[in-house]
Design a protein around this ligand. Structure first.
Ligand code: ADP
Ligand code: TRP
Length: 340
């Protein structure tokens, strides 16, 4: 038999299907994750059960789950190289979740950012019950995330800063499990933060960080006319056309930097600094470069979103591969705890 090349380290991340992916997600999450797949065995999944902590509309759950998967594939995720699956298609996750719950300190969950933020909000609103509106899903969220991560023997977990505490919890919980049931039963994962976070944080149309929670996003696959409208609405100052401008103070230019070629960028910077180019011109150029890049991807996205597309089969195939790997870890865990 030919010698097998050593297995590559596993990189795993989850994407919550709670809204239409936007340009910020593309630059800050999708592109870096696709690049990482050059050097890792990548497992990227749709965290639909995590979304259930907030999503209450089954139609939205179905739509966003497909939409997020279609977005990643349209953006270049090759399902032959990267395992993409729905969390809900891997029931081993929920078995491991229970086992991990039994070794996770409750106090650790009391200190989790999302839970603490919900309590702070209740305190600010003057409510006497600080747990008002908090469901057990929100409380257990970090344990379910630890299950996602540990189930695939993940080496690295690339996430945004807001998720770093959860990855640290997963490492902590793996450590506790190993301490109780034997070293190396669960692989202890490592957090990977984006290298250059600040440079890759895209502003939204109001100048704040582009985010679903601010309602200031430019959806990645907005139809062309909507894209144009949203780009036109990007906030700018009122410097007259003929006056010199500081490109770096402008959200439109920061967006332009992510999509234009180095030549286009240098040329536009020069014209803005010299005066004579208005923000309106910049926005027209911005629309063109985004649309040029996104247009072909939008076509693939729309094809995948059709009800009879091959999207579901691609996700089913991903789930099958993911489950085979999950089974190995769950068997190891069952044996370690004495459930046979
Ligand atoms: P949102 O803030 O719109 O809810 P998420 O929290 O779902 O976005 O973010 C998903 C991923 O996209 C994270 O990895 C996050 O770091 C990245 N991301 C979100 N918004 C931006 C942005 N404006 N610029 C760069 N990356 C972003
Ligand atoms: N909690 C993550 C978020 O809100 C999504 C997620 C679920 C995840 N499970 C994960 C990320 C496992 C990394 C690893 O964005």
């Amino acid at each position: 038999m030919a010698t097998q090349s050593p297995a590559r380290p596993v990189s795993l991340t989850g994407i919550k299907p709670t809204g239409d992916p936007h340009l910020g997600n593309l630059i800050g999450a999708i592109r870096p994750a696709l690049q990482l797949a050059d050097s890792y065995d990548a497992m990227y999944f749709i965290a639909d059960y995590h979304a259930l902590t907030v999503l209450r509309d089954p139609e939205q759950m179905r739509y966003y789950t497909r939409s997020v998967a279609a977005t990643w594939i349209a953006a270049g995720l090759d399902t032959n190289r990267i395992t993409m699956y729905r969390q809900s298609d891997v029931p081993e996750t929920f078995e491991l979740h229970w086992v991990l719950s039994c070794v996770s300190a409750k106090g650790l969950m009391n200190r989790a950012h999302a839970y603490k933020a919900a309590r702070d909000k209740n305190a600010e609103a003057g409510k006497s019950d600080l747990d008002a509106g908090v469901n057990m899903g929100l409380y257990n969220y970090p344990v379910l995330m630890a299950a996602d991560i540990l189930l695939m023997d993940s080496d690295v977990v690339p996430v945004g800063k807001d998720q770093s505490q959860h990855v640290e919890y997963a490492a902590d919980i793996a450590g506790t499990f190993n301490h109780l049931f034997g070293e190396d039963k669960l692989k202890v994962p490592r957090l990977v933060l984006p290298e250059d976070d600040a440079a890759k944080t895209l502003p939204g149309i109001d100048g704040r960080k582009m985010s679903k929670s601010y309602g200031n996003t430019i959806p990645l696959f907005a139809p062309e006319n909507q894209l144009k409208k949203l780009v036109r609405r990007i906030a700018t100052d009122s410097t007259p056309v003929e006056e010199p401008k500081d490109p770096d103070s402008s959200s439109a230019f920061q967006l332009y930097e992510q999509f234009a070629s180095p030549e286009q960028l240098a040329e536009t910077r020069k014209r803005l600094e010299a005066g004579g180019m208005g923000w309106g011109d910049l926005k027209n150029q911005l629309f063109e470069v985004i649309n040029d890049q996104i247009g072909p991807l939008r076509a693939r996205y729309e094809e995948l979103m059709a009800p009879d597309s091959d999207l579901d089969a691609l996700l089913d195939a991903g789930a099958e591969r993911a489950r085979a790997r999950a089974r190995v870890v769950v068997d190891r865990v069952r044996e370690a705890v004495g459930i046979v």
